[in-house]
Design a protein around this ligand. Structure first.
Ligand SMILES: NC(=O)c1ccc[n+]([C@@H]2O[C@H](COP(=O)([O-])OP(=O)(O)OC[C@H]3O[C@@H](n4cnc5c(N)ncnc54)[C@H](O)[C@@H]3O)[C@@H](O)[C@H]2O)c1
Length: 318
C-alpha cells in the first residue's frame, strides 16, 4: 500500500500509542499528514499520557487482549493498523500472562482486520533471535531466550498462518523486528529504558557509568526515528513478511560511553562490574539486506549522531 499523499485523510489505528515507539509514530503521522485521523488503543500499563501531549486523535484506554474491537471500531474504516502494544518488561516471568496478553491482543487485531483486509504492521523483536552472537538475518533460526521473545515468535507464526490461507492472498501483514531502540520518549520505561538512557542518567549525576566487564559487549543501538521510519516503510511496501529494524552496526558499551562523554562534554571513566547473568547477550547486530532491498530502509543515525541528538533533546527538556 503506498503511503497516502500528505493532504489525504489517512485513517490509522496505532496500538501501544502511549508507549515509547508508538507515540513517536503517532506524532510523526500527525505531523506529516495533517488530516490524518489517528486512533490509539493503549491501556497505559507501561505507557504514559505525557507521550501523547498534543495528540489530536481518539484514545481508547483499554486492554487489547479483552477489548471488543468490532464494538468500538467497526465504523472507522481504517486504512492501516500499526500494532505496537505489548508487555515490554522482559523481566516478566509469568508465562501465561506474557503469552495471553501479547498473543491474544494480536489475534484480536488480525480478526478485526481480516474481513476488511486492512494492512497490519506489527512490532516483533530481535529477542526472537536469542543470544547467538552473530549478525542476524530474518531467515535465521528463532531461539528466544525469554518468554517475551517467545511471545513475539508466536505473533510471527500467527501472521504466517493467516497468510497461508488462500482466502487471504494479497493481505499485507508485516513484522518489524526492532533491535535496541533508544531516543526521546522512553523515560517512562524506567529500568526497561535503553542503556543509552540509563548511562546518561548515571553520567549526568556525575557517577562513573557502570557496565559489565570490560564494556566490550556490543549492541545494535538504533534511534527511535529510524525504527519509526522502517515501520512506515514496511506499511508502505507491498511485501509481507519479517523485516529487521536496526542500525546495522554492532557498537560496544565502551563506544556508547565515549559518545555520551562527547555529547555531555565529560570525561568519565567506566566502572566495570562482574556480570552475574549466564545468559547476557554478548552481541546483537541486524543484517539489513532485506529491509534495504525490499523496503528501501536506510538508518539515518550513527551512534555518534543519534546519541548527540538524544542528549541535546534531554538537556533542552529540563
Ligand atoms: N524499545 C525497544 O528497544 C524494543 C525492541 C524490540 C521490540 N520492541 C517492541 O516495540 C513495541 C513498542 O515498545 P516500546 O519500547 O514503545 O514499549 P512501551 O512499553 O513504551 O510501549 C508499549 C505500549 O503498549 C501498551 N500495552 C501493552 N499491552 C497492552 C494491551 N494488552 N492493551 C493495550 N495496550 C497495551 C503499554 O501501555 C505501552 O504504552 C512493543 O511491541 C515492543 O515489544 C521494542
Amino acid at each position: 500500500m503506498p503511503l497516502p499523499a500528505k493532504s489525504v485523510r489517512w485513517r490509522v489505528l496505532v496500538t501501544g500509542g502511549a508507549g515509547f515507539i508508538g507515540s513517536t509514530l503517532v506524532k510523526r503521522i500527525e505531523r506529516e499528514w495533517e488530516n490524518a485521523q489517528v486512533t490509539v488503543v493503549d491501556d497505559f500499563r507501561s505507557g504514559h499520557f505525557k507521550n501523547l501531549e498534543g495528540f489530536r486523535g481518539e484514545l481508547i484506554a483499554a486492554d487489547l487482549a479483552t477489548l471488543e474491537l468490532e464494538r468500538y471500531l467497526h465504523a472507522r474504516n481504517f486504512d492501516a493498523i500499526f500494532h505496537l502494544a505489548s508487555i515490554t518488561d522482559t523481566r516478566e516471568m509469568d508465562q501465561r500472562k506474557m503469552c495471553w496478553d501479547n498473543i491474544e491482543s494480536f489475534r484480536r487485531i488480525l480478526e478485526f482486520a481480516r474481513p476488511r483486509q486492512i494492512p497490519v504492521t506489527y512490532a516483533s523483536s530481535a529477542a526472537t533471535y536469542g543470544i547467538d552472537a552473530r549478525v542476524n538475518s530474518e531467515t535465521d533460526e528463532r531461539k528466544p531466550a525469554n518468554v517475551y521473545g517467545f511471545s513475539k515468535v508466536q505473533l510471527e507464526n500467527l501472521a504466517a498462518r493467516y497468510l497461508q490461507d488462500p482466502e487471504h492472498a494479497g493481505w499485507k501483514l508485516a513484522a518489524v523486528r526492532y533491535f535496541n531502540v533508544y531516543g526521546p520518549g522512553e523515560a517512562h520505561k524506567g529500568a526497561m529504558a535503553s542503556m543509552v538512557y540509563q548511562l546518561y542518567l548515571q553520567m549526568k549525576a556525575g557517577k562513573a557509568p557502570r557496565v559489565f566487564k570490560h564494556g566490550e559487549q556490543s549492541r545494535d543501538f538504533v534511534h527511535v526515528d529510524d525504527v519509526v521510519n522502517c515501520t512506515l516503510l514496511a506499511m508502505n511496501s507491498s511485501k509481507a513478511g519479517v523485516f529487521n529494524a536496526g542500525s546495522g552496526q554492532a557498537r560496544t558499551f565502551n563506544d556508547l560511553i565515549a559518545c555520551l562523554n562527547d555529547a555531555l562534554k565529560l570525561k568519565l571513566k567506566p566502572d566495570y562490574i562482574d556480570n552475574p547473568f549466564a545468559f547476557f547477550q554478548p552481541f546483537t547486530q541486524a543484517d539489513l539486506s532485506r529491509s534495504r532491498a525490499e523496503l528501501g530502509y536506510e538508518p539515518r543515525y550513527t551512534l555518534e549522531t543519534g546519541v548527540k541528538q538524544y542528549v541535546d533533546w534531554l538537556e533542552k527538556r529540563k
